[in-house]
Design a protein around this ligand. Structure first.
Ligand code: PSV
Ligand code: MN
Ligand code: MN
Length: 386
């Protein structure tokens, strides 16, 4: 028997962080379909993120991406966020857009390029200090395209050195989240290709170095929930970059392509007490052909639905079936939870929190979409390459 009050309480405490870059114009390497009304600067991105929180009630922070979100006064950006009921979340570094990084950033064979990359990462920690952000998220495009191009072990050494420098600069209570990605933009070797490599570096660094699982960064068929279970057991899961993929790093709406996978992941998180822990639930998405703010709202709701289903798993019954070796009964317990329509429950949770039961409808009724199209004229829309 599930304690519905406890399920609702847990749902109310979950927080999903939205990424500033999802609000701006972004797309594929083929085409970015510009949309009217998109933010022209980081302040407007924060304002859009505030709308997502206003309608869902569970998106209280927005991640920055530097230099895309570079501003003169970060404390002012944090104050702007606070005025809108939001806080600045993870600071994401960017060591992949400069010409200098053709052969890598922190793993580059030239020490001068490595120094430049580390300088950028240290600047990101300064920004965390100014904004009150807890987490620094590192994703490196570093790698090689051809066998023999560079020394794989030397690159790992350079990576370790850079990470240690940045880790040493973190303030108390700040964390380093290391993200892995199987391939792209490098195709022969990637310097942080998998959770094992990220985990090995984090172990050497210290307790506040954690692994980020981006759901789009694995080979097809990878059992991501297993990785989640192992990392949580080790206390090294820093958080998620949720998104959906059909083929590769598609960055589509979380829960759109494979809601069952999202449920299986959340089942492991809930089982390991992750909702009440410091695991960060972040979105890492791009919206090219769909309206951006409603797409982000929908993604947050999809994460909530997967979470609600995971919370509804009858864990005592599951444990009994597992102990009895009753394979079919155990599987049925899980599938019963997955098959539950949790939308009425989530509508109730929202209403009990004083929110509109349907965040998408609430956003449509707010008039914000029309207002930003009318008001955000002139200037250059903030996008990937801002
Ligand atoms: C590139 O793959 C990427 O999508 C990573 O997932 C990062 O988290 C994101 O860009 C933002 O830098
Ligand atoms: Mn990511
Ligand atoms: Mn990615």
């Amino acid at each position: 028997m599930t304690d519905l009050a406890a399920v609702k309480a847990a749902l109310r405490t979950q927080a999903v962080e939205t990424p500033s870059w999802a609000y701006g114009n972004s797309g594929t390497r083929f085409k970015v379909f510009a949309q009217p009304g998109v933010p022209r600067d980081p302040f407007e991105k924060v304002a859009d993120a505030a709308k997502v929180h206003e309608t869902t009630g569970v998106a209280p922070s927005v991640a920055l991406h530097i230099p895309w979100d570079r501003v003169a006064d970060y404390a002012a950006l944090a104050r702007h966020a606070a005025d809108l009921g939001l806080r600045i979340g993870t600071v994401n570094s960017n060591t992949f857009q400069d010409d200098d990084y053709r052969l890598g950033s922190v793993c580059h064979p030239d020490a001068a390029v490595r120094r430049k990359a580390v300088g950028h990462l240290l600047e990101c920690v300064d920004i965390m200090d100014a904004t009150g952000s807890r987490d620094l998220k590192l994703w490196f495009a570093d790698g090689t395209n051809y066998p023999g191009q560079d020394d794989v072990r030397a690159r790992q050494e350079r990576l370790a050195e850079a990470l240690a420098q940045v880790y040493g600069r973190l303030g108390e209570g700040q964390r380093m989240l290391l993200e892995y990605k199987l391939f792209e933009p490098s195709f022969y070797t990637t310097d942080v290709p998998d959770w094992g490599t990220a985990f090995a570096h984090c172990l050497r660094l210290g307790e506040r170095a954690r692994v980020v699982v981006d759901t789009g960064h694995h080979a097809p068929g990878t059992n991501i929930e297993f990785i989640v279970a192992v990392l949580m057991r080790e206390g090294r899961l820093g958080g998620f970059d949720f998104n959906s993929r059909f083929y590769a790093d598609d960055d589509l709406m979380a829960g759109a392509a494979d809601p069952f996978q999202l449920f299986r992941i959340m089942h492991e998180v809930v089982g390991a007490g992750g909702l009440a822990s410091d695991v960060a639930f972040m979105l890492d998405q791009c919206h090219n052909i769909e309206a951006k703010i409603p797409a982000i709202i929908r993604s947050v709701m999809n994460v909530q639905e997967a979470t609600a289903k995971a919370l509804l798993v009858d864990r005592p019954a599951l444990a009994r079936a597992q102990a009895a070796g009753d394979v079919l009964a155990a599987n049925a317990v899980l599938m019963d939870a997955y098959a539950t329509d949790v939308r009425p429950l989530l509508r109730e949770v929202r209403e009990e929190s004083g929110l509109h039961p349907d965040p998408v409808a609430a956003y449509a009724a707010s008039g914000w979409a029309g207002r930003i199209v009318a008001e955000r004229v002139g200037g250059r829309p903030a996008g990937w390459d801002a």
